[in-house]
Design a protein around this ligand. Structure first.
Ligand code: NAD
Length: 281
């Protein structure tokens, strides 16, 4: 079984991106800029944003974090986004989710210019992805996609099963696999025979949030299995895949932690660089 080392692959990607940023700097005499807006004190968000800032600096991006208290007014945030939209030194804008209840998440997402939407959540980018046009792609499914392609560069005609249909993970993952000519089944909490569906998959991507939902006898021999789940349990952090069982059946499997997670931030940096390059055209 191939243990898909997301940490190592993400590091390689970050090295490539670092080189690309150096070349862009020579060519344009400036570097891509990422601005993150962080609202409130949510501890996981604080950690994510710190990691994003650190990684952005490491690859040579110009990075900035704008912090607001929980009590900030929606208008203040929207005005700031407007200002960043107009700022040529800002290539990508990310508003860290979740947001306090009084701030309308969709309004915030739609205020970010689609060309600076490094999370790929703007309806324009969602539409472009599903139409097969150039777009920013949400970072976690993009990371999953790159991991799958490392194992199997040609996905033509493969049967893929995506477990979970969130806008963040399952739906964009489905679009990426469709683009690669996979036959994709998207499953969710109301799916009748989840085990039966999973058993058909040459590729399984699970993004659910239920510890070890996908068992060993749900997986076809030699499937490629990608575990997006991050679940806190008594035995520590586990994914949505029953790792010990599935590792005996699958051809390749991501661990949790150390699989998809590290790819997410690397893909955020990649998206920022792509936004910069498109803005220079
Ligand atoms: P979500 O709650 O938005 O969506 C979960 C999906 O799972 C829903 O579509 C739901 O229909 C489906 N589902 C729920 N119960 C099910 C069941 N019994 N059988 C089949 N499907 C079921 O979650 P999300 O934001 O997509 O996140 C999913 C998981 O991925 C979480 O554990 C989250 O922490 C993790 N995550 C990891 C990363 C990363 O970088 N690795 C990034 C984002 C999210």
């Amino acid at each position: 079984m191939i243990l898909i080392d997301g940490k190592k692959i993400a590091l390689e990607l970050r090295e490539e991106l670092k080189e690309e940023v150096s070349k862009l700097k020579l060519k344009y005499n400036k570097v891509p800029g990422l601005t993150v807006i962080l609202i409130g004190e949510d501890p996981p968000s604080q950690i994510y944003v710190r990691n994003k800032e650190k990684s952005a600096n490491e690859v040579g991006l110009k990075s900035e974090v704008i912090r607001y208290p929980d009590s900030v007014e929606e208008k203040t945030v929207l005005d700031k986004i407007d200002e960043l939209n107009k700022d040529e030194s800002v290539s990508g804008i990310l508003v860290q989710l979740p947001l306090p209840k009084h701030i309308d998440k969709q309004k915030v997402i739609e205020t970010i210019l689609p060309s600076k939407d490094v999370d790929g959540f703007h309806p324009m980018n969602v539409g472009n992805l599903s139409s097969g046009y150039e777009s920013s792609v949400p970072c976690t499914p993009l990371g999953c996609y790159l991991l799958i392609k490392k194992i199997e560069p040609n996905l033509n005609g493969k049967k893929a099963v995506v477990v979970g249909r969130s806008n963040l993970n399952g739906k964009p993952m489905t679009q990426l696999l469709l683009k690669e000519n996979c036959t994709v089944t998207i499953t969710h909490s109301k799916t009748k025979d989840l085990k039966g569906e999973c058993l058909k998959g040459d590729i399984i991507v699970a993004a659910v949030g239920i510890p070890e939902l996908v068992k060993g006898d749900w997986v076809k021999k030699d499937a490629i299995v990608i575990d997006v789940g991050i679940n806190k349990t008594d035995k520590g952090i586990v994914g949505d895949i029953a790792f010990d069982e599935v590792s005996k059946i699958a051809k390749a499997l991501t661990p949790v932690p150390g699989g998809v997670g590290p790819m997410t931030i690397a893909c955020l940096l990649k998206n920022t660089i792509e936004c910069f390059k498109r803005s220079q055209k």
